[in-house]
Design a binder for this molecule. Structure first.
Ligand code: ADP
Length: 447
């Protein structure tokens, strides 16, 4: 019923004969005879389906951009907080130690504990930021090797068990299960990255659980031919509508609640990228207030050859015996790092030779064929570690070389192994990994 005299405009959805829906902008005009009677309607239709779609897409893009802006701002504020808190711990308590020399031994122990955990926090944070940046520029590479999962799970369990002595007091039962015999529990994966994903999920589980149970393990899904790993907890849980977005970077389920737990919202985004790079998927099953189970898969495929030197469990005393009277060459340009390495090795009856650049290292090595192992930094002046390894390997295929380096953006580990290094450890170097590597290369070179 066209009541008005002027033209009217409507937008209508019309199904065409081919079954497709189109959006039409229609102008209608009543036609009247000279005597004023209505004799018909004149209509012009304009197909605006495409234009409407563009408009919708534009609005969505704008909303997304605004959302991303909001997230980045929240992230920066959060990050600033996350960085300053541990820095405060390190700087504040280090100053205390210097300025108040008459603090009690007990207090000093406490201060040192805070400095150490704060530094660990900072390190995790920095590693996360580096990982996210690597993912962004497509430089995060996976180095697959044969990994014994039972062994890895045990290692992770032991780590968390020792790092959280308060679990019994918190009434949290912490456990892991394996579902294959050791000899069969092999997966072709990046050991360090697999460990990182599990560690991240277990950290979250312990963080968001007040009491109850935290369990992890794996099962075989014979239908999809995949390993299915799980980390389950009886913690605060995650609402249905948050279960997907938490895997996006910077996203946290409850900003206010999570504040109390700390964190930057990067962990799960990194886990997702890592799992996908290794050919798997990750998801969560959860109910608010009851708990969460994070699951991820890895394809079961024949383990490839090991691409790093074998790692042996070591005994400190045995290592000392093995090293007794031997010479070790340390190539390192940073005086603090050099001092640190020498301190870590100070209780060993060894002769330490020092080089502050790669070229000098090759010369010392050449003059001292008795050297039992070389610790090689990569980024050094005059000649870098890669070139030094190449040069040493051109005349000496035997001498064990342990690369010790600050993880940077290039694929240092793969390059070093390709050039012929035997072990690879990353800075900050923990004394255990150094002992472990030394022990492994010495064992291996005696075979
Ligand atoms: P972060 O823990 O640094 O905030 P993550 O990416 O690891 O970042 O986690 C994102 C969010 O997912 C967390 O802030 C939390 O809201 C939620 N979450 C992760 N794991 C759990 C869990 N086990 N139980 C409850 N909530 C979790």
């Amino acid at each position: 019923a066209l009541n008005s005299d002027g033209p009217i405009e409507t937008t209508e959805e019309v199904t065409f004969t081919d079954g497709k829906k189109h959006i039409l902008q229609i102008f209608k005009q009543k036609l009247t005879s000279t005597t004023g009677e209505t004799i018909g309607v004149l209509g012009i239709a304009n197909d605006i389906s495409e234009r409407t779609q563009y408009e919708k897409a534009l609005v969505e893009a704008l909303e997304k951009a605004e959302e991303s802006d909001r997230l980045k701002t929240a992230f920066l504020a959060n990050m600033s907080h996350e960085i300053r808190t541990p820095l405060n711990g390190v700087i504040g308590f280090a100053k205390f130690l210097r300025n108040f020399p008459d603090t009690t031994l007990q207090e000093r122990e406490k201060f040192l504990g805070i400095i150490s955990t704060s530094a660990d926090h900072l390190l995790t944070l920095i590693n996360d930021i580096i990982d996210i940046s690597k993912i962004d520029v497509g430089q995060l590479t996976i180095n697959p090797e044969a990994v014994n999962i039972n062994e890895l799970l045990n290692e992770i369990y032991t780590f968390f068990y020792n790092a959280n002595p308060d679990l019994p007091k918190r009434e949290i039962a912490f456990n892991y299960t394996t579902s294959l015999p050791d000899s069969k529990a092999m997966v072709n994966a990046d050991r360090m990255r697999l460990r990182q994903v599990l560690t991240n999920l277990i950290n979250n589980a312990l963080k968001f659980t007040d009491k109850g149970k935290v369990e992890f393990g794996y099962n075989i899904n014979s239908e999809t031919n995949e390993f299915e790993f799980f980390v389950s907890d009886t913690g605060i849980g995650i609402a249905k509508d948050k279960q997907e977005i938490i895997f996006q970077r910077f996203r946290q389920a409850y900003t206010d609640i999570t504040k109390q737990y700390g964190g930057t919202g990067l962990g799960l985004a990194i886990c997702k990228s890592l799992v996908e790079l290794m050919g798997g998927r990750i998801w969560v099953e959860s109910e608010t207030g009851k708990g969460s189970t994070f699951r991820f898969t890895l394809p079961i495929n024949a383990p490839t050859t090991q691409n790093r030197g074998k790692v042996y469990g070591y005994e400190l005393q045995e290592l000392k015996n093995l090293l007794k009277g031997k010479s070790i060459l340390i190539a390192e340009d940073d005086p603090n790092c050099m001092y640190y390495l020498k301190t870590v090795l100070k209780d060993f009856d060894i002769n330490i030779l020092e080089a502050d650049n790669g070229l000098l290292a090759t010369e010392i090595q050449y003059q001292h064929p008795e050297i039992a192992a070389i610790l090689m930094d990569i980024k050094m002046p005059v000649m870098n570690g890669y070139d030094a390894i190449k040069r040493i390997r051109s005349t000496n295929a035997q001498v064990p070389i342990i690369v010790q380096t600050a993880h940077t953006f290039s694929n240092e580990r793969a390059i070093s192994i390709a050039l012929g290094c035997n072990q690879f450890i990353t800075k900050p170097i923990d004394s255990n990994s150094l002992y472990q590597s030394l022990y492994s290369v010495l064992k291996e070179s005696r075979r």
